[in-house]
Ligand binder design. Structure first.
Ligand code: TXA
Ligand code: MG
Length: 333
């Protein structure tokens, strides 16, 4: 084999080529409304195992199966779930992942050997077409190296995983944060990860209270803090009303301070500012891109305002606090 082939970048590909690549057991990075995913045919165990290698992620971490509707989802479920049917009707396609009991079609490589499986229908036309043409679910974690910031554009995927990855460019992700995860395998549904679909919305549709079980409580070792979604720089969170004063204090103490701030917050000329939208939806969409920009500026510390807790603000606060946790103890990827 000539060495020249190894260094050749994979092109950005179309739906037909992506489907063919998956059918042959290859990996494809695909757009979704939340973040880009790194996908394999979920029924091809060998292909699924390649995902863990490409991400540098421990194989014990289960993956989400992406399907194009409830019919295909049922293939991976032990039995029909009335609650899932309600949620699917209200939120699919969309940023909601549901954990149910798994069928034998949900392979151990996907479930991490657990009896449950996580499933969602992504709201992106190109990826829905791929799934439709493949006729099977695709297993996909976020398309980044384990523990790094999730990609919200095709360029981010290449920056994270290199140019050797086959990639469908579906533009910038609309939501910008990973999906909400709700576990339906207990009498009371539990929120495992906050996202654009809120607890209040789930409660409204299911007509039952949702319990909160942060995912770290089940996967991390006791006493360890989880650092996920983390930029290289340190990250400090501050109430919006204290942002300007804190920035000026920190600037004298840091080799390179970068501040995330909405328009209308003014700083000394010398403070480096990345502007973020003031509405929560805009902040969510811009968050990971902004953290990458700050890294590119070689920030030693990023100062970021806490969002209000309403709506997607809960998910922003969740990701920010994980990104601010001490590094070296990643429990997600
Ligand atoms: O928005 C998203 O969900 C994106 C896009 C690509 O769809 N995907 C994503 O995948 O964030 P990943 O692998 O980075 O995060 C999936 C999370 C992991 O924390 C994993 O532990 C959890 O889902 N998960 C998967 N299967 C599970 C299961 N059976 N029970 C509980 N948690 C599960
Ligand atoms: Mg991830």
């Amino acid at each position: 084999m000539l060495n020249i082939h190894r260094s050749k970048a994979m092109p950005r590909i179309d739906v037909a080529t992506a489907t063919e690549t998956l059918r042959r057991g290859g990996l494809v990075a695909v757009p979704t409304e939340t973040v880009y995913g790194l996908a394999a045919d979920c029924e091809n165990e060998l292909a699924v195992r390649q995902i863990f290698a490409a991400k540098g992620r421990p194989a014990s971490h289960p993956l989400i199966i992406h399907v194009d509707g409830l019919a295909l989802a049922s293939r991976y479920l032990q039995r029909p779930s009335p609650r899932l049917a309600l949620l699917a009707k209200a939120f699919w396609p969309g940023p909601l992942t549901v954990v149910c009991e798994a069928s034998a079609q949900a392979s151990h490589a996907v479930t991490g050997g657990q009896a449950t499986v996580a499933i969602r229908v992504p709201a992106h036309e190109l990826t829905l077409s791929v799934i439709g043409q493949l006729g099977r679910g695709i297993a996909a974690p976020s398309a980044n190296r384990f523990g790094a910031v999730s990609p919200t554009s095709a360029a981010h995927v290449e920056a994270s995983l290199g140019f050797d990855i086959a990639l469908i460019d579906g533009g910038q992700c609309q939501v910008g944060l990973e999906s909400t995860i709700v576990d339906l395998t207990h009498a009371q549904p539990r929120l495992l990860r906050p996202g654009a679909v809120t607890s209040a919305q789930l409660e409204h549709v299911l007509n039952v209270a949702i319990g909160a079980v942060p995912m770290e409580s089940t996967v991390r070792a006791p006493g360890m803090l989880a650092s996920h979604y983390a930029p290289r720089a340190g990250l400090e969170l501050v109430e919006l009303k204290d942002l300007v004063v804190r920035a000026h204090t920190r600037q004298g103490q840091q080799p390179r301070l970068v501040v995330l701030a909405p328009d209308g917050f003014d700083f000394a000329e010398s403070v480096e500012v990345i502007r973020i939208p003031s509405a929560a939806e805009g902040y969510a969409q811009a968050l990971y891109r902004s953290l990458r920009q700050a890294d590119a500026l070689d920030a030693s510390l990023i100062l970021a305002p806490l969002p209000t807790r309403a709506g997607i603000g809960e998910a922003i606060a969740d990701r920010l606090s994980k990104a601010a946790a001490p590094k070296g103890n990643t429990s997600d990827g």
